[in-house]
Ligand binder design. Sequence first.
Ligand code: PBG
Length: 325
Amino acid sequence: MISRPRRLRYNSTLRKMVRETRMDKSSLIYPMFVREGENIVEEIPSMAGQYRYSVDRLPYKLEELERAGVTSVMLFGIPDKKDELGSGAYAQDGIVQKALESVVKRFPDMYFITDVCMCEYTSHGHCGMLKGHDVDNDATLELLAKTALSHVQAGADMVAPSDMMDGRVLAIRNRLDENGYEDIPIMSYAVKYASSFYSPFRDAAGSAPSFGDRKSYQMDFHNRREALKEALTDVKEGADIIMVKPAMSYLDIVREVYDSVNVPVAAYSVSGEYAMVKAGAEAGVIDEEKIVCEMAASTYRAGASIYLTYFAEQIAEYMDKGLIG
Ligand code: PBG
């Protein structure tokens, strides 16, 4: 026998030497929920171990993340009031804007990315302005551009539109450039599927649509070629990073997008993936630590070089322990 693949698996030093996928903490992004109020750290019922923080409590968590070596976060806002036009999304004293103003200067080594969308702020829970029973794409662009600009003015380092309106990357790029923010990157949730894996998040953010679903703007999960159309369109519109979401059931798409674009690819392991792992571990049927490592490595193996995950802090710890990396 000439070919013996087992030869390179003989011991852990050798296995690490020939490892094909390597990752480090700098590629992790931790999604966080910030809410109105004071002195609030409340656990999200659908996402054991994840919390909503009031602005004054955010620094404690940021310090912990920095200590763990996780230096990038994605902020989601949970406003007190919602309205038809989602005005809290672009209000100067909106929740994300207030959070940024209070933490950005205190954490110069942290990188602050904001989710740009309307669904947490609209009374109907859809990701844009309504026209009848559907979302009005073109009218929503103005609100998204305003939201992105207000986040950047409040100190965001990068904006990440997740609404899935056509043309929003260009609308945001233009608005930022007109205001002198040509160096602020856009990470587009370009390939975002209409997925049931988001349901714990909607509970966390109170953003479930009050009628209908998001299938007229988010993608049909039967489609693969359409992912390339979305990704390539956004690159043309000026997206600096292309995200695929969810991650775990969509790794074929991560690979395909990676092969088709010349920008970094991010993958978002969403709330449903997190909740399933937590529930499985709680039931004693899986080993959380090992499953989380395998999920992470497979995402990087598929082509992602940026990983958004609620497990970011744990993964950083697993990297320190040498379980993954
Ligand atoms: C906002 C948004 C959602 C998520 C990220 N940004 C919810 C949705 O589209 O319904 C989901 C994140 C997760 O499930 O972890 N549009």
